[in-house]
Ligand binder design. Structure first.
Ligand SMILES: NC(=O)c1ccc[n+]([C@@H]2O[C@H](COP(=O)([O-])OP(=O)(O)OC[C@H]3O[C@@H](n4cnc5c(N)ncnc54)[C@H](OP(=O)(O)O)[C@@H]3O)[C@@H](O)[C@H]2O)c1
Length: 211
């Protein structure tokens, strides 16, 4: 699978996904507020660096991988109109670490996934990647059987395309947990995931479903 993808975010997630997608043959542009500062890393990684707006308009697929409390500002900077018709893989979580532990900035009857879809009304938003470590997002390796990647979204075709992409990135199973409102539950898993990381002394863990 070789295509163009714009990744909004230059942190651990943006970089891990950029190098991972590039390794799988994708033509990648990483968006940031400071493209000049990212240029040396991007050259070494074999990807392009640009603004958030450049990343939004780069391909038919985009990833949103920025701090949860910056999502609204980043979408403003990028321009919602640049996402028209784009499959947007939303990896973000509304987390606040200011108290030392991770807690949700909001949730229950709301989520970043829903807010992103509402802001990008002409895009196809699929919540994806948010429940695993950046190191496991592409070509995941677990000591136990690889768990499913949880996704949700309102658009059936977008979720089918996402499943194809995930298969190409090494995910043997995708678990579609429903429409974009299910982002409430995928995001709510993450404070527990962070809490467990302390006990397990690793971020290499993930949730699965057994019957
Ligand atoms: N770390 C993980 O393993 C992991 C796993 C699953 C999901 N996530 C989620 O993925 C997202 C990204 O996480 P991360 O660990 O890569 O790093 P992060 O520190 O949460 O996000 C870094 C990105 O956020 C942008 N940003 C921060 N403050 C901003 C502001 N005030 N205005 C505009 N942009 C701002 C940065 O922009 P610049 O590029 O301009 O600096 C950078 O691109 C988060 O929502 C996180 O919850 C993380």
């Amino acid at each position: 699978m070789a295509d163009k993808i714009g990744i909004l975010g230059s942190g651990d997630v943006g970089r891990a996904l950029a190098t991972g997608f590039a390794r799988h043959g994708w033509d990648v542009l990483v968006g940031t507020r400071s493209p000049d500062e990212l240029a040396a890393w991007a050259e070494e990684a074999g990807v392009a660096a640009g603004s958030f707006a450049d990343a939004a308009g780069y391909g038919d697929v985009a990833v949103l991988a920025v701090r949860g409390d910056a999502v609204e500002d980043v979408l403003d900077l990028a321009g919602a109109e640049r996402f028209t018709g784009t499959l947007v893989l939303d990896a973000t979580n509304p987390l606040d670490f200011s108290t030392g532990d991770a807690h949700l900035l909001f949730g229950g009857t709301d989520s970043l996934g829903e807010r992103v879809q509402a802001t990008l009304a002409d895009a196809y938003v699929v919540k994806c990647f948010n429940t695993v470590s950046n190191a496991q997002m592409v070509d995941p390796e677990f000591e136990a059987e690889t768990p499913p990647m949880f996704i949700c979204g309102d658009h059936t075709d977008a979720k089918a395309k996402t499943a194809e992409i995930l298969a190409d990135l090494g995910w043997p199973e995708v678990r579609d947990v429903g429409d974009i409102r299910s982002a409430r539950y995928l995001e709510a898993l993450v404070p527990l995931w962070v809490r467990l990381a302390g006990d397990l002394e690793t971020y290499g863990h993930a949730f699965t479903v057994v019957q």
